[in-house]
Design a protein around this ligand. Structure first.
Ligand SMILES: [Zn+2]
Ligand SMILES: [Zn+2]
Length: 130
């Protein structure tokens, strides 16, 4: 056994590579993320304040909605998908909704018949009630 102290030699000098200065910043364009915030299309919104449900077609993505009945603002985030099928004309409509009720109802856009969607916990969306 050779007696020897193993010296833990660490290099004293730290190699710091200087990064080249960022000279080219490119066009001064505000590139925003393409992820769209808010919801658009057919929305079925349940007022957080008075509980009234109303639906409308949002042309632009909305982050909040004002209740027509009481005027309070409901935030539109993490909306669930709701598929509703009209029992009269057979059309299927796709909504986004903030409702947390086991069932939602809405009038068919085409014929005005009442449609009912039932929450499907497995699919995490409202499906047409059979
Ligand atoms: Zn309201
Ligand atoms: Zn219909």
């Amino acid at each position: 056994m050779r007696g020897g102290v193993i010296e833990n030699q660490e290099p004293k000098e730290t190699v710091l590579q200087e990064l080249p200065a960022a000279e080219d910043k490119g066009p001064a364009e505000d590139v925003r993320t393409v992820f769209e915030t808010g919801a658009r299309g057919f929305l079925l919104i349940r007022c957080a304040s008075c509980g009234k449900e109303y639906s409308f077609n949002a042309k632009e993505p909305l982050e909040k909605s004002v209740c027509r009945a009481c005027g309070s603002v409901t935030q539109l985030d993490e909306l669930a998908v709701a598929e509703l099928r009209c029992p009269a004309c057979g059309r299927t409509w796709r909504y986004r909704t903030n409702s947390e009720e086991p069932e939602i109802t809405c009038r068919c856009i085409k014929c005005g018949e009442e449609m009912t969607g039932r929450w499907n916990g497995k699919l995490r969306r409202y499906m047409p009630r059979e």
